[in-house]
Write a protein that binds this ligand. Structure first.
Ligand code: AMP
Length: 397
């Protein structure tokens, strides 16, 4: 796979597939612009080589063909302009491969940046449609993929389009290269003790990653909603906590495998419980073995936070994916925030993956303290699972 420095882009028209799928609040304000900042080195490198630049990204999941303002990349373009500090304005096409995009692309001057509208306005994007990919490709000389967060999807701008360019005319951007190198190096050659901290809502979404991690790590810490499937598999009463009953056997198998391999497997020893999924009802701390009937666990308790801190104290490498509780509600955010501080304070290489997890680290003010915060949740899980990413495969083909 080429990276940008391996190919000649001087004076060329370059398409950069970005991942501008940034979180926004209820008023449409961008709450975390790391994905936009992440692609700046690639854009600047192209600008310094007198390129004309066309940027493409999806944003959420619009209905193809229906242009709704909330799915537009307009806010992203404004932020990009602020961050890039370009003298010229960054243009936003009103379509993706329509007359406006084509006209603006044709009129593009050296050092100018054009952003195409949300790629998913076109039905061909998610269908990995070759005809649509050809339309995109017809506007440029060079293809660059810097959208790590979208690389696990076989979509037209990620897969089919990359395959239309030969080896000398396509490359990975700096963000994509950095993400892949980080995960591959860490997983292949971790400095030990290597600890995985896994949380979030469901075991099912992270089952394969967990299976793979057990073969690589020295310790596993489980938190979040998924902990209750493991606690139930151990025979504990878990009240009305989130559980995946069909995965109880699988959970037992994972714990047995960990024991056989000498991997230390930690579950929360106490939790915060409430009678319903709400932050306006009374809640209390209980031991994980004493969850009352009719109550649900919504965060790990203070004893678990202390235990996990001790477990992390000798770690040299920590990989973290998934919050410890329902962190979106302040009342149940403490466990996740403390976990973030504990990981940030550890004298270890720390890798944070997943949108929610990065959000926790951001809220905790710990992002700068982490070694690496990935911009891709699904993509980083796929890398941990050892699955080939379509975006990377297409660049290698
Ligand atoms: P995931 O997408 O699998 O990483 O899960 C993230 C989500 O898990 C967040 O929205 C959390 O609110 C949710 N979560 C964490 N702990 C719990 C819990 N104990 N019960 C229900 N949901 C939870």
């Amino acid at each position: 796979m080429n990276t940008l420095k391996d190919i000649n882009i001087n004076g060329k028209t370059v398409f950069i597939r970005c991942d501008f799928n940034v979180p926004k609040d209820g008023d449409g304000n961008i709450t975390d612009d790391r994905r936009i900042r992440g692609v700046l080195p690639t854009i600047r490198y192209c600008l310094d080589r007198d390129c004309k630049i066309i940027l493409g990204s999806h944003y959420e999941r619009p209905e193809p063909g229906i242009y709704e303002e909330k799915y537009s990349l307009a806010t992203v373009v404004t932020r990009l302009h602020t961050l890039l500090k370009l003298a010229s304005t960054i243009q936003l096409a009103t379509d993706v491969v329509g007359t406006d995009a084509k006209a603006k692309a044709a009129a593009l001057q050296t050092g100018e940046v054009l952003v195409l509208e949300n790629l998913r306005y076109e039905a061909g994007e998610t269908k990995n449609d070759e005809a649509f990919a050809k339309e995109l490709a017809s506007m440029v000389d060079i293809y660059v993929n810097d959208a790590f967060g979208a690389c696990h999807r076989s979509h037209a701008s990620i897969d089919a389009m990359a395959r239309l360019f030969d080896h000398d005319h396509r490359a990975a951007g700096f963000l994509l290269s950095k993400e892949v190198n980080f995960f591959e190096k860490t997983l292949l050659n971790p400095i030990r003790p290597f600890v995985a901290v896994v949380g979030g809502s469901k075991v099912s979404g992270k089952l394969e990653a967990l299976r793979q991690l057990i073969d690589k790590v020295d310790k596993v810490i489980i938190g979040g909603g998924m902990a209750f499937t493991f606690l139930k598999a151990k025979g504990y009463e878990i009240g009305i906590s989130l559980v995946e009953d069909e995965l109880l056997d699988e959970a037992r198998t994972i714990m047995i495998k960990a024991r056989k391999k000498g991997v230390k497997f930690y579950l929360p020893v106490d939790v915060i419980v409430a009678p319903e999924f709400s932050d306006t009802v009374p809640s209390k701390y209980v031991s994980s073995q004493e969850i009352p009937d009719g109550w649900m666990g919504l965060d790990i308790g203070p004893a678990s936070s202390r235990l996990f801190r001790t477990v992390l104290s000798d770690a040299q490498t920590i990989i973290w994916n998934g919050p410890m509780g329902v962190y979106e509600m302040d009342k149940y955010a403490k466990g996740s925030l403390k976990m973030s501080h504990n990981i940030a304070d550890a004298n270890a290489t720390t890798i944070v993956g997943g949108g929610d997890t990065a959000d926790v680290a951001l809220r905790a003010g710990d992002v700068e303290e982490m070694t690496f915060v990935s911009t891709g949740g699904g993509a980083s899980l796929n890398l941990i699972e050892g699955n080939p990413l379509p975006g990377i495969e297409a660049l290698k083909a």
